[in-house]
Design a protein around this ligand. Structure first.
Ligand SMILES: [Zn+2]
Length: 280
């Protein structure tokens, strides 16, 4: 869930159009949420404050990623390319197969990384910043602790080398994932029929609402980010037939001070006992 607003690499057209696609999609989904919200949502100043905090975290993460990691990823891809190292080089498939395979492999890693963020207590300390939002909307897609972004960015260096992926393949994966992640976080009303059809392929709003539930068996499900296949394949897929009954957020981080920027940045340090209801 890393958003690179202005990557240092200009070798790919994808990289140049990404900020515009991101802003256009954000504006479109904000409008959709306003016209046809799924959950009741705070209005006026409170909505602006909520969105501003989440987007500010996203901008901080984008700056850190762009300044520190994009160059490292580019070097890792160039190193693998110069030595024909990594799975995609060893397979030497035509581009028609290699690109979809690169997208699949990146997405499988994102699924695994997300899943261990829920399983390993140290990683959960950071990831709970994303889950503690009691009012999920499109801006929640940007709400990640910088520590989580730094850890996942570091792990991408060996991942790029082992996969033998190019920086253009990574840029395309990020663009697709970013678009779907914004879509499934948005507080929009999508018809059950459409959601059901779309979730055969991608993660949808109904599917991801379950992941943001306060009830732990639901929180610990639906880890996929772009393609929904991983949850089906690894038996973490879960649907709540009454999504309107889902309560979003984390009980242990409901205090107003927890929802401020300093509160969000301090969340990994907090020792709070999870006080989650046993039943929805
Ligand atoms: Zn999660």
């Amino acid at each position: 869930m890393i958003i690179v607003l202005n990557a240092q690499v200009s070798t790919s057209g994808v990289t140049e159009i990404r900020p515009w696609i991101a802003l256009g999609l954000l504006a479109f989904l904000l409008l959709w949420e306003t016209v046809s919200p799924f959950f009741h949502f705070p209005k006026g100043r409170e909505r602006v404050r909520h969105g501003f905090r989440n987007v500010l975290l996203g901008i901080l993460n984008a700056v850190v990623t762009t300044l520190i990691f994009v160059g490292l990823w580019w070097s890792a891809a160039a190193w693998a390319e110069s030595r024909s190292f990594g799975l995609l080089h060893w397979l030497s498939l035509p581009a028609w197969y290699a690109w979809p395979l690169a997208i699949l492999l990146f997405d499988a890693w994102t699924y695994y990384w997300h899943r261990i963020n829920h399983r390993i207590p140290f990683l959960w300390r950071f990831h709970r910043v994303h889950h503690s939002d009691p009012h999920m909307d499109v801006t929640t897609a940007n709400r990640f602790h910088t520590g989580e972004i730094v850890m996942s960015s570091i792990l991408r260096v060996p991942l790029i080398v082992l996969l033998g992926a190019s920086i253009e393949q990574l840029a395309l994966y990020e663009l697709l994932m970013f678009a779907v992640v914004q879509f499934h976080h948005a507080n929009i009303s999508v018809s059950e029929k459409w959601d059901r059809a779309l979730r055969l392929f991608i993660v949808t709003p109904y599917m991801h609402k379950v992941h943001h539930s306060r009830w732990q068996p639901e929180t610990d499900s639906n880890y996929s980010s772009l393609l929904s296949i991983w949850d089906r394949l690894f038996r973490s897929f879960r649907i709540n037939e009454k999504p309107e009954t889902i309560r979003l957020g984390l009980d242990e981080f409901d205090r107003p001070a927890d929802q401020t920027i300093p509160g969000l940045l301090r969340t990994p340090l907090a020792n709070r006992k999870a006080n989650r209801p046993r039943k929805p």
